[in-house]
Design a protein around this ligand. Structure first.
Ligand code: BG6
Length: 607
């Protein structure tokens, strides 16, 4: 997720407006940035690594003219954060300039073709191919060149393009990534969202998927699949701060609402449902086939993803797997068996305990993989292989959408490994991949019903202690639910394997301690119902997360939260969402700053 902006009009200080817009888009990505303008037939481009302030100080004393330009603030997906990978990107002749938000799935093959046609590349990004492909067709005019180029691209994108020989004109196109036109007086803007131009105009035109638009200072026209279409002008009532959170009161709520997109972006291009295959370009099937043991190292929420990974690797790929908390693993002197794959999971890629534990073991590892969200982070550079979650930047300190995208990678990696080891038939693989494809839509449904969860939060927000229970793959979800409540509401909460309840926690049962059960129907259901009955027998309060069609459980519980029905192995991907929402609403009701809870940091880089 990056932030892009474009401007055309008659303001000679357009560069200032581009920078201002980028500052407001910085929550979308902040590892590098750049602007480019057409100044008297010349292309002027400035880029820098790091936050917008770095770029700003770089151009502070420069007299930048030009009334048509584009800008970009980056969240790297392809090519680590650096000046040469920062956008805008141009073609070999510096004629076409592009900014892009999205992922080009087939960029390798397109790049190969361009290389054969003598195009030289200056970055490791997927984006740069747009500039070269459009330049190849520019004799047909900018608008047509862009249209013909996007037809060849697979993936999702929002692009804004300028042509040095065509000042005063922007061409933009979107598919999957957001784009909005800002309608000004004798000037027009385009950006990833309204925050990029809200300071100058509140008149927004939201573009739809596959829209391509031609923008000049005085006018704009929108086409969809070659036909001219009308997109209504909307008056935006939001303040800038509200807009930055997409109209939501907190980043945490906004990021929970972004989970369908984060999941979709993370699995995109990594499997073929028809063929029943999974592909991770940088991990060879032959290598994975030789793996005999797996150790997964992580901290905090990432550790709960690791623990779920353990259950799935053992079930689907039949590989002995250990999940370890970084701060313990670094001093546990583990015996790293032969053919051990070491996987580290970390949103930031910088958590010291995970790094140190990995560094202690990596020399003995058969192979190592880092599952991280930040491109170019230390863990991604230290590991032999890296799989990026494409959740975009997460501002809320408590991890939400990055957890869901870590799980997305883990399910795919488990199926990939099981496939490589011939532990899953093609039919079973297709069914499993079919279930993964349903997840974004199902999470959307759960988010639509959030008012119901808010009511349950209202009911229990004054309680002092909570207990969360799950069996097998639902146990890590119970741990994550308890952690979210601790992080966001400062209420004491513990997650437990439900079978462990009678060996201790049952002593805490009374009518002031809510017990949250992850209880979808399936092979553990009867056992979970028995645990629920044991608590009810002692006047305990039961909140259950279960599948929609399960009406039987109503008589056993005080409150029920439904998730859509799906194969039992996929409920962890759904059941965690209501637990995030429950913690969020309880935190809100307790007046906690849910985006920046006390004593916590987004990434802990000290021991
Ligand atoms: C904590 C964060 O500091 O670190 C948690 O508050 C996070 O949200 C944990 O889960 C681990 O961080 P990472 O970046 O290694 O996943």
């Amino acid at each position: 997720m990056c932030g892009i902006i474009g401007y055309t009009g008659n303001d000679e200080k357009a560069s200032g407006k581009l920078i201002e817009g980028l500052k407001n888009l910085e929550y979308r990505g902040y590892d590098s940035a750049g602007i480019a303008l057409i100044d008297n037939g010349r292309l002027v481009r400035y880029r820098s690594k790091g936050r917008i302030s770095k770029l700003e100080s770089k151009i502070k004393n420069k007299k930048i003219k030009g009334t048509t330009g584009v800008g970009h603030t980056r969240w790297a997906t392809h090519g680590r954060p650096s000046e040469e990978n920062a956008h805008p990107h141009t073609d070999c002749k510096n004629r076409i300039t592009v900014v892009h938000n999205g992922i080009v799935e087939n960029y390798n093959e397109l790049k190969e073709g361009l290389r054969k046609r003598k195009h030289r590349f200056t970055s490791q990004t997927d984006t740069e191919i747009f500039a070269h492909m459009i330049e190849e067709k520019i004799n047909k005019g900018l608008f047509r060149a862009v249209n013909e180029t996007i037809k060849k691209v697979r993936g999702f994108y929002a692009i804004v393009v300028i042509d040095r020989e065509n000042p005063g004109t922007l061409v933009a196109a979107r598919k999957g990534s957001p784009l909005v036109i800002g309608k000004g007086k004798k000037e027009n803007y385009i950006g990833s969202d309204v925050t990029s131009f809200l300071k100058y105009t509140k008149k927004a035109v939201f573009l739809e998927d596959e829209d391509v638009c031609l923008i000049t200072g005085g006018n704009y026209s929108v086409y969809n699949r070659g036909k001219k279409v009308i997109r209504k002008v909307k008056d935006i009532k939001w303040s800038h701060k509200q807009a930055e959170k997409g109209g939501f009161p907190h980043f945490m709520m906004k990021e929970i609402m972004e989970e369908p997109e984060a999941f979709e972006d993370t699995i995109l291009g990594r499997f073929d449902h028809e063929k029943g295959t999974v592909n991770f370009g940088n991990i060879s099937r032959a290598k994975i086939r030789k793996v005999k043991n797996i150790r997964i190292i992580a901290c905090g929420t990432s550790y709960h993803a690791a623990l779920l990974g353990k259950y799935l690797f053992q079930k689907y790929a039949g590989i002995n797997t250990v999940a370890e908390i970084g701060s313990e693993a670094r001093y546990s002197e583990p015996v790293v068996e032969k053919n051990t794959l070491i996987i580290t999971i970390s949103q930031s890629g910088e958590t010291t305990d995970t790094l140190a534990a990995f560094n202690n073991m990596k020399a003995k590892a058969f192979h190592s993989l880092a599952i991280v969200n930040v491109v170019g982070s230390t863990l991604s550079r230290e590991s032999k292989g890296v799989i990026y979650t494409h959740a975009g930047p997460e501002i809320g300190v408590a991890a939400t959408k990055t957890f869901i995208s870590q799980l997305a990678v883990l399910y795919l990696l488990v199926f990939y490994t099981a496939g490589a080891k011939e532990k899953m038939t093609r039919a079973r693989m297709k069914k499993a991949l079919g279930n993964l494809r349903k997840i974004p839509g199902m999470i959307k449904k759960i988010c639509r019903d959030r008012k119901r969860i808010e009511k349950i939060a209202e009911k229990y927000c004054k309680q002092k202690d909570f207990l969360y229970y799950g069996r097998n793959i639902y146990y890590p979800v119970a741990l994550e639910g308890a952690l979210k409540l601790k992080e966001i509401s400062y209420i004491h909460a513990e997650g437990y394997p439900a079978g462990e309840m009678k060996h201790g926690p049952i002593a805490l049962v009374n009518n002031r301690v809510p017990n949250v059960f992850i209880a979808p129907q399936g092979r553990f259901y009867e056992k979970i119902i028995n645990n629920i009955e044991e608590i009810r027998a002692r006047q305990g309060t039961i909140i259950a997360i279960t599948n929609k069609s399960n009406r039987k459980i109503e008589k056993n519980c005080h409150d029920i939260i439904n998730v859509p029905d799906i194969d039992e192995d996929f409920y962890p991907l759904l059941a965690v969402v209501p637990l995030q929402l429950l913690a969020y609403y309880i935190g809100i009701k307790k007046g906690v700053d849910v985006d920046k809870p006390r004593n916590l940091a987004k990434s802990v880089t000290v021991e």
